[in-house]
Structure formats: structure tokens, C-alpha cells
Design a protein around this ligand. Structure first.
Ligand SMILES: Cc1ncc(COP(=O)(O)O)c(C=O)c1O
Length: 437
């Protein structure tokens, strides 16, 4: 223990041997977590409105998942994915396919140690597909700004998050980044629907300009944290799908954040009725019980690269990750959590309504149990997302702060567990309103 505050242990850099995510923060101990609540060592309780990094789907501390993981740890904790498969792996893959729309029925599931590794896998698969289909010049991935796909160098190269990229730019492969369909702060300064989804035309243009060079277009079907979880007009994804089809280019849907029921459908891309060639999942897929992600690849893609997709990690297809995913998917199915996320959207919106009157708030939006709050920049009477999160923390509420794009206010993202109760949603609303001031 580095110190204590009113009976609670506190830890901070440089007193602790831990290289913390935040070297300025004074950390508290998390002792236990259940449902939508996290408890500290002194009994303080925080209502988890963001599931850490927008990760918790089936709720904290589910004994069923703990049992599934410990059973697997006892049976076979680890085998190498190039040597063995396990029942957990086979059943997790089958359950994931069963949760997806019918177009994915013949798809194949590749488990990874996390979301960024799943994105890396998808990018390499798109590249391997281009090579295998006799188009070796195709090496670019078109993606959006703002957008986020992970912090490894490959995933960061396709992420439109300038602040995260800046120190590493010389290490990042140059990839075409086009305007994201982020209507509340349109990068093209246009308005929907008069814009006729001009941002989708940017994808078409990128495909034409670097024609022959592009292996895939990568999209977040509901935008991720970098755009506050905003749900774009559905014609965007449909136009992008038409463009990728027209150019013989793969479409990768990054549903790491938006998938597994978060937005009220198992995949957010279901709202647009669009099926991608490759789907990337993470976060809610393991609900945070263990780190993990997955790539779902349509059969045609896998057939093209078979038998030699030169890729893999020590912890690909990990039996314990598979056992956790199998149980999380069972809970999502048996407890109807996807439908629950959809049906709780109204209550969530009602809880967020008072934020519209807070002077620091520029606007907010919600889809299913994913919501974003846009703050005014400090120069226009706003506060930073970190200040907002600190104020919420003091009120026993956890929210996810995100730095806004250059010159614009910050964002706060909310993603409570899909098991959250109506009373807890109302409580989130009143604590948020108090935090917004
Ligand atoms: C849309 C999206 N893709 C990929 C990632 C990377 O996942 P991970 O942090 O598990 O590496 C994230 C993480 O925030 C994400 O939101």
C-alpha cells in the first residue's frame, strides 16, 4: 500500500512497482464486483455505467462464467491452437455462428487474445485474401477519421485518432483515412440528410483513387468511443457495401465495441441489413472475464486463403477464453440480453434527457445501451471529459472519458452491462445530471 485516504488504500506512480495506465492518477483498490457495481476496499460502491472500456455485457461477477472458466482451467487450461482443438473452442464457435445473421452460417471463427489482435488478424486476412486471389498489389485498408481499432501498430495505422497516433507516426504504415459518418460533428461540415451521405462518397473516391491498391474497407457500423458511440444513418453502411462489392474489395466490420448486443442487435450492422466479409468482435464477447476477441470470416474468404493463413498467436484459440465466450453467449441468448438492450433504450434516453439542459453539454445520443455525451470545449463553457469523469467518480458513477478531436469538446461514453435494471438506469441518469453540474 502506498498510502490511504479515509481508510481506503491508495496507490500511485512512482511509489508502486506498477507501470500504470495513468501515471498521474491516485488509484483505489477494486475488491469485488457484481452486476453493475464495483466495490472498493473501504466499502465504497461505484455504479458502473461504462463497463470499464465499454466491455461488460452479462454483468460483473457472474458465477456461471466463473464456473465455466474454472472447470476449463481444471480440464485443459492451455493447448496450442496448432496442435489441438477443445470442446470449448468448437462449441464457442458454433454458438457465435448461431448468434449471427444467417449469412454467416458457413463462416469460420478465429479466437484472439484481444480486440486489437483481432483487428490485426482481420487486416492480415484481407491481405492474405488479396494475395491468394492473384491481386498482390492490394495492400491498403480504407478506414475513417475519427475511428479506433486498437493500439497495436497495425491497428493504430487504420485508426483515425490523431492524439494516439502522433508520437508513433513514423512507425505507422500510411493508410487512406476518410471522413467518418459522425453527423453531430460532421468532419465534412455538412448536414444529414441534405448531404446525401457525402462521407460514403469519400469511401468510393478512395477506392477509385487508390484503385487496385485496396484490400479492404474497415468500418465501425456504430461508431466507437472516438465518436462517442454514435449510430450513423443506415444508408452509410449500405453505400459502403455497394462500393466494396463494385470494386471487389472486402468489407471488414469492426464490432469490437458495437457487437454482442450492445446496440440492441447482436451486430450493429444488422440495423443496415449489411453483412460484412469479415466481422471483428471483442469486449462484450468475454464480458471482461478474460481478455479475448474473435474474427468471423465468411467461408469464401477462408477458402481463398486455405490451407495456409500464415498467422497466429501463442494464445489464439485459448481454451479458457473459449469456455468464457461459450458461457457469455449462452447467457446473452438465454437471458434475451440483445432484446433487453433494445427495449431499455427508451428508459436510457429518459435518464439522459436532463443532460440536454446542462451548460457543459453540447449534445448526447443513444442506441440500445450505448450512449455518448459531447461536451463543449472549455473555451465555450465546457469541461474536459476527465473533469466530467472525476466529478462522476465523486458521485459513485463510472463513465468513460474520451478526448475530442482537435478544437472540439471532449466526449463521455456510457455502456452499462446489458443486465442493468431500470432503477439502475434511472440512478445513472440522476448521478450524471449531478456530475454535469
Ligand atoms: C471498435 C474497436 N476496435 C478495436 C478495439 C481494440 O480492442 P482492445 O482494446 O481489446 O485491443 C477497440 C477498443 O476500444 C474498439 O473500440
Amino acid at each position: 500500500m502506498n498510502g490511504s485516504s479515509e481508510g481506503a488504500a491508495t496507490f500511485r506512480y512512482p511509489d508502486s512497482p506498477v507501470f500504470y495506465r495513468d501515471l498521474e492518477r491516485t488509484y483505489r483498490l477494486a475488491k469485488r464486483a457484481a452486476g453493475a457495481w464495483i466495490e472498493g476496499d473501504d466499502g465504497t460502491r461505484w455504479l458502473d455505467a461504462c463497463g470499464g472500456a465499454l466491455t461488460i455485457s452479462v454483468g460483473h461477477g457472474r458465477p456461471e462464467v466463473v464456473r465455466a472458466a474454472t472447470d476449463q482451467l481444471e480440464d485443459v487450461a492451455y493447448v496450442h491452437g496448432a496442435q489441438f482443438t477443445t470442446e470449448a473452442m468448437e462449441e464457442a464457435a458454433a454458438m457465435l455462428i448461431a448468434a449471427l445473421p444467417p449469412a454467416y452460417r458457413d463462416a469460420k471463427v478465429y479466437l484472439t487474445p484481444g480486440g486489437a489482435e483481432a483487428v490485426e488478424t482481420a487486416i492480415k486476412l484481407a491481405r492474405a485474401h488479396a494475395v491468394a486471389t492473384g491481386r498482390p498489389q492490394r495492400r491498403k485498408i480504407v478506414s475513417q477519421r475519427p475511428g479506433y481499432h486498437g493500439n497495436t501498430l497495425g491497428a493504430l495505422a487504420v485508426s483515425g485518432r490523431d492524439a494516439l497516433r502522433a508520437p508513433y507516426l513514423p512507425l505507422l504504415t500510411e493508410m487512406p483515412l476518410v471522413a467518418a459518418p459522425w453527423c453531430p460533428r460532421c468532419p465534412l461540415k455538412l448536414r444529414y440528410p441534405e448531404c446525401e451521405v457525402a462521407c460514403a462518397r469519400e469511401v468510393v473516391q478512395a477506392l477509385e483513387e487508390v484503385s487496385g491498391d485496396v484490400a479492404a474497407v474497415l468500418v465501425e457500423p456504430v461508431l466507437g468511443a472516438s465518436a462517442g458511440g454514435f449510430a450513423p444513418p443506415e444508408d452509410y453502411l449500405r453505400s459502403v457495401r455497394r462500393a466494396t462489392d463494385g470494386h471487389g474489395v472486402l468489407l471488414i466490420a469492426d464490432e469490437v465495441l458495437s457487437g454482442c448486443g450492445r446496440t440492441g442487435r447482436f451486430l450493429a450492422s444488422e440495423y443496415a441489413g449489411v453483412e460484412a466479409d469479415i466481422v471483428v468482435l471483442g469486449k462484450g464477447l468475454t464480458s471482461g472475464f478474460v481478455p479475448g476477441g474473435a474474427v468471423v470470416a465468411r467461408r469464401e474468404v477462408v477458402e481463398a486463403v486455405a490451407p495456409d493463413f500464415r498467422h497466429g498467436f501463442t494464445f489464439s484459440h485459448h481454451p479458457v477464453v473459449a469456455a468464457v465466450i461459450r458461457e457469455v453467449l449462452r447467457l446473452i441468448r438465454d437471458e434475451g440480453l440483445v432484446g433487453r438492450a433494445a427495449s431499455l433504450e427508451d428508459a436510457f434516453r429518459t435518464a439522459l434527457e436532463p443532460l440536454g439542459r446542462a451548460p457543459a453539454v453540447e449534445g448526447w445520443w443513444a442506441r440500445g445501451l450505448l450512449a455518448g455525451i459531447a461536451l463543449h470545449p472549455a473555451s465555450a463553457g465546457g469541461i474536459s471529459a476527465r473533469q466530467f469523469a472525476a466529478s462522476a467518480w465523486e458521485r459513485g458513477l463510472l463513465v468513460y472519458p474520451v478526448g475530442g478531436p482537435e478544437g472540439q469538446g471532449d466526449l463521455v461514453v456510457l455502456a452499462p452491462p446489458l443486465t442493468v435494471s431500470s432503477e439502475e438506469i434511472a440512478e445513472i441518469g440522476s448521478r450524471l445530471a449531478a456530475a454535469a453540474g
